[in-house]
Every structure is written in C-alpha cells, then in structure tokens.
Design a protein around this ligand. Structure first.
Ligand SMILES: [Ca+2]
Ligand SMILES: [Ca+2]
Ligand SMILES: [Ca+2]
Length: 469
C-alpha cells in the first residue's frame, strides 16, 4: 500500500476545510439574512404601532373637542342635526366641525348618538322612544381617528349636569333668615313658565313674553325657606267699577264672570254695570265686582300656590327643593369659574350689557352695586350684599344675591326704574336680607332663560370609555 504523502494528506484536509468554510459562510449568510428580515419586520410592526398610537391620540382629541362643543349645545339640537329635523338623518349627531377634522398628521370624525351600539344609524339608548332624542342628559360620542392607514375608534358616554335647576322653588326664591319683603307697589311676579320675547333687544309690550302655549312646570311666584315679614303699608282702596259695555249685536249674552275671591282688608270694588242689549239680542250680564285687596297688593303675583304650611296668594313658605346652602355653594362655584367676568361695583356701573341671549355670561360683582341707566344682560349675575336698580334693566337668566356681610343686611331694591327679569331671582346667604319690590319690577319665571344661562355652568363628564370597536 502506498504510503500517504504529506502532500496528499494536506490536499485531502484542504477539501474538508473548504467544505466547512463554505457551510459556515452559508450559515452566516442565512443568519444575516434572517436578522435583516427580522429587523425589517420589527420596524414595520413598530411603524404600524406608532401609527395606531397616533390614531388613538387623534381620536382622543376628537372626544375632547366634542366635549368642549357640547358644553354650549343642547344634546337634542346636536342629535337632530343642523336641519333641526330628526327624521332627516343624514346630518343627525354630526357636527360639521367634527367631520374629517384635520389634527396633527391625521384626522378625526365624530358621531354623537343616544346609545353605544349603532353610531352610524342611531339608536334609542334611554328608551324614550326617540332614536334621535335624548331624555336623560346622556349621549355617546364615537370618535374615529385616522393616521395614514391606521384607524382607531374610541367611544365615551358623557353626561351633562345642569347646575341651575330648570324648575327652581319660585320666580323669586328667598333662602335667608328673617326676610323682609315689600310688595306695596305694583310688582308683577309670575311663577307661570314664560316664553322669552322674540327679540332680546325688544321694546315696550313686545318684551312682555307670553305664557301660551303653556309649557314646562309652573312654580310659586315667591317662595321663602323662612317666614316672611311683609313690610307694612296701608291697603289699597278698592277700584271703582267699570262702566257697562254696550251690547254686541247679534250675539247672545255671555254669562257673568264670578268674582275673584277676596283678600281680607279693603272694601270691594263695585260691580260692573250690565251691558245694554241691542234689539233682538240679549245683553252681556254684568261682571261681579272684585273684592278689595289686603294691605299688601299681591294681585299681580301668580304661579303655583298654596301647598305648604304658610301660604298667602302665591307666596309659599316651606321646605325648599334647593336650600340656602345649595345656592351659596353654587354661587361660590360659579364666581370662580374660568370664564366668569368679575367687576367691582364701580366698574359694573358703567356697563350697558352683561351678556346677551346669544352670548350669555357669568358676571360676579363682589360688593353692593347700584345700576342706573340702561342695562341688558343674560346668563348668571351674582352680586354680594345687595343690588339696586334705578334705571332700565332687562335680564334673562339667574340673578343670585348673596347676603354674607356681618355689617349690614343685603338690600335688594327694585323699587324704582323698570327692572325686568325672565328666569329667577335668588336671595341666599348667611345674613338676613331686605327685599324691596315696591316699585314696578317685573319678575317672570322662564325655564328657557335658565336653560340658556345653564350653557355657562354645564359640566360634561365622561362616564365610560372603550376602544377597539
Ligand atoms: Ca337632521
Ligand atoms: Ca332616546
Ligand atoms: Ca340619552
């Protein structure tokens, strides 16, 4: 057998080395390719994740935008769409400014519905029978965020809280201890729910507001948490009777109206004399006379009447739905809100407007103030320790007078000028108050005025949250 030469051995082993080297090279190459592939996949996943995350934040921005818009809008107005028609659904629950709204490097579109299920076609979440109507102050906001090819959908349920109750205790609500009220003039105070005048800038009798058609609840004209001392004035003498009307031709006679029940005090009015009939027709029979008023003239006060322990016409004393502390807390909360306009008495005097119906505001005046001249306002007016009106004043919303000073009682003097309020006047605080309504003030309950003012104090809270829809 031929001996293996060194050269042949080297040659033989070189073959193995080459093969092994090639194998290692192939392995290394495969590893490198795999690593590159892995890395590319991870980068793609990371990029997708980043887009999804961005889409999430874009959708979240849509939710926040919606909540800020809904603070100033009625849920039902939004649900029925810009055409004010819930039966025409293409715009329902879709505010124009929330459709394909560009934000950062993406966009969001928001749908507002009464339930969480079908945010495109709507559904009745509160069970009131209205798919596009809300009756429990709760709606669902579905926000679709898009960034590139990534889509993220978030849905929240939100609730609105009306801080000022739409049905307070009275057109005038008095919550301070030992209140003194003077009604010796010709105040008009009505707890009947009033429609607002057509125009905010109305003049004369077109500013009276109407009570037809009736709507909402009626409340007492004046409500007090504590017994009221009426400022003593002598009673009004009875009115003389109206002279008879001449008969209407061709009509049969109307039966007479029965007299109003009398208050104690003065002598009654004499009755109207009968109308004379025309030939062939019977005349109207005469109205019976109104009986006289008592020492305080209350015949211009109406509303829901006597249900509580003390009651005289439409002045009700009893247990309030919202007590003194409720109004003190509400006033304190309102006066520190972000958009509240704060004036000193001197600054407030020079103003001609404290908000409008379209742009109501919360105004806080930190000391007793006297308004003269002409002043219009809408929203919520908070005054501490007294407010006097001597000029033309017209306000729609809620006036809260806080009596908190130890030095002197708050004085609400609406005894001169033409103070005119639609909404409610609240007198609350830790100290007694004197409420002089002896002039010609007009205070009419209006839930519409309060609702309009509530835009300012509405808190929108998120009740639930979900994604991955
Ligand atoms: Ca519509
Ligand atoms: Ca509903
Ligand atoms: Ca609802």
């Amino acid at each position: 057998m031929a001996a293996r030469t060194r050269a042949s051995i080297v040659k033989e082993q070189g073959g193995y080395v080459l093969v092994i080297s090639l194998l290692i090279l192939v392995l290394l190459t495969l590893t490198a390719v795999y690593a590159a592939y892995q890395s590319a996949t991870e980068m793609r996943v990371a990029a997708n994740y980043k887009l999804k995350l961005q889409a999430f934040y874009v959708a979240e921005a849509g939710i926040e935008h919606t909540k800020s818009l809904l603070r100033k809008k009625s849920f039902n107005d939004v649900l029925e769409g810009a055409d004010d028609d819930k039966d025409s659904a293409s715009d329902n629950g879709r505010l124009a400014e929330l459709q394909n709204r560009t934000f950062s490097n993406g966009s969001y579109t928001v749908h507002i519905t009464d339930c969480p299920m079908d945010y495109l076609n709507g559904c009745d979440g509160d069970g009131d029978g209205e798919v596009w109507g809300d009756s429990n102050n709760r709606v669902f906001v579905t926000s679709i965020g898009r960034v590139g090819s990534a889509v993220k959908i978030i849905q929240v349920e939100i609730e609105k809280e009306d801080l000022v109750p739409l049905v307070p205790d009275g057109a005038v609500g008095v919550y301070t201890e030992s209140p003194v009220v003077d009604l010796s003039g010709s105040a008009t105070i009505s707890g009947i729910n009033h429609h607002l005048p057509d125009s905010f800038n109305c003049k004369g009798s077109s500013c009276d507001g109407t009570t037809t058609p009736p709507y909402g609840s009626n409340i007492p004209g004046i409500f007090s948490e504590n017994a009221v001392s009426m400022d003593t004035n002598s009673g009004n003498s009875g009115n003389s009777g109206n002279s008879g009307n001449s008969g209407n031709s061709g009509n049969s006679g109307n039966s007479g109206n029965s007299g109003n029940s009398g208050n104690s005090g003065n002598s009654g009015n004499s009755g109207n004399s009968g109308n004379s009939g025309n030939s062939g027709n019977s005349g109207n029979s005469g109205n019976s006379g109104n009986s006289g008023n008592s020492g305080k003239k209350k015949n211009n006060i109406d509303g829901n009447g006597c249900t509580e322990e003390y009651c005289d016409d439409s002045i009700v004393v009893g247990i309030p739905k919202y007590d003194n502390q409720y109004w003190i807390d509400l006033a304190n909360r309102l006066m520190t809100m972000e958009n509240t306009v704060t004036y000193s008495a001197a600054d407030a005097k020079g103003k001609s407007a404290l908000g409008t119906r379209d742009e109501p505001q919360v105004t806080y005046i930190s000391e007793k103030v006297t308004f003269s001249g002409s002043l219009d306002g809408a929203g919520i007016l908070i005054v501490t320790d007294g407010v006097h009106f001597t000029g033309n004043f017209h306000f729609e919303g809620v006036i809260i007078v806080l009596s908190n000073s130890d030095d002197e009682d708050a004085e609400i003097s609406w005894a001169s000028g033409t103070p005119d309020l639609f909404g409610t006047l609240i007198v609350a605080g830790t100290e007694p108050a004197t409420i002089d309504l002896s002039g010609n003030p007009s205070i009419k309950y209006s839930s519409t005025a309060i609702e309009n003012a509530n835009q300012l104090s509405t808190v929108v809270t998120t009740l639930s949250w979900r994604d991955n829809l």
